[in-house]
Write a protein that binds this ligand. Structure first.
Ligand SMILES: Cc1cc2nc3c(=O)[nH]c(=O)nc-3n(C[C@H](O)[C@H](O)[C@H](O)COP(=O)(O)O)c2cc1C
Length: 222
């Protein structure tokens, strides 16, 4: 916070921030597939091909036992009938999902003027998927994941360093090791909304809601 009154305020600076890319793709709701997951995959592939940095980074929102929301970024691993991500079941998010599996996911790709929002239920996938997810991670990430519980407070940095070294030695000795709490979660979608900025200043929104084995669709006013 600046005390210099002639300096631009944060509000000024935010107004000056680079606007969205003017040349973005279009979303034609009439040409959209019946199943929103097909369009999610199409948009993900487009983001990868367009060079978007970490397009698989998504915000995962959960609620705690008091109903207070929490969100954080996790990496999307795959999309089939569900959206996959991986984390520790003993982390705050893991415990929150256990008590209340309803979660929300969102993606934002500024370079493509696109947002996707997903509402659904997170459930643990098969054990072998969790294990193969864990063993495919970089050894340093694996060591970090088993050294101390995720989101635990670091009281003593030296002790944490020793725990990390011991974990790294354990991983090097047994590269197939996967801890019980490492979990590949699948989020079964109940709703999926696509938001597309247009080259003007408009937006197009298309929402899908699960309806039995199929989906209903609606265009939303931006
Ligand atoms: C780009 C990015 C990717 C991340 N990917 C993951 C992930 O795939 N799994 C994970 O557990 N945490 C991931 N994190 C860390 C989480 O955002 C979070 O800090 C951590 O999981 C603890 O969350 P919790 O205390 O709510 O359980 C990522 C963070 C960023 C910024």
């Amino acid at each position: 916070m600046s005390t210099d009154e002639s300096a631009p305020t944060l509000r000024d600076r935010l107004r000056e921030a680079k606007p969205p890319h003017p040349d973005v793709p279009a979303l034609d709701p009439g040409a959209a597939p019946d199943d929103p997951r097909e369009l999610v995959v199409e948009w993900l592939v487009d983001a990868v091909e367009a060079g978007v940095s970490q397009p698989q980074a998504m915000t995962l929102a959960t609620v705690d036992a008091d109903g207070a929301p929490e969100s954080r970024v996790v990496l999307l691993k795959d999309v089939d009938s569900a959206f996959w991500f991986a984390s520790s079941s003993l982390s705050p998010k893991g415990r929150q999902i256990e008590a209340e599996p309803r979660v929300a996911l969102s993606f934002f790709w500024s370079e493509r003027g696109r947002q996707i929002r997903v509402g659904g239920r997170a459930v643990a996938g098969p054990r072998e998927v969790s294990e193969s997810d864990f063993t495919s991670r970089h050894p340093a990430s694996r060591a970090g994941a088993i050294a101390l519980p995720q989101s635990s407070v670091i009281d003593d940095p030296e002790e944490a360093r020793r725990a990390l070294d011991a974990a790294r030695a354990r991983i090097d000795e047994n590269p197939d090791f996967a801890p019980d709490d490492w979990t590949a979660y699948r989020v079964e979608p109940e709703s999926v909304e696509f938001w597309q900025a247009t080259s003007g200043r408009d937006q197009v929104r298309l929402r899908y809601d699960r309806d039995g084995d199929g989906w209903t669709r609606a265009s939303l006013w931006p």
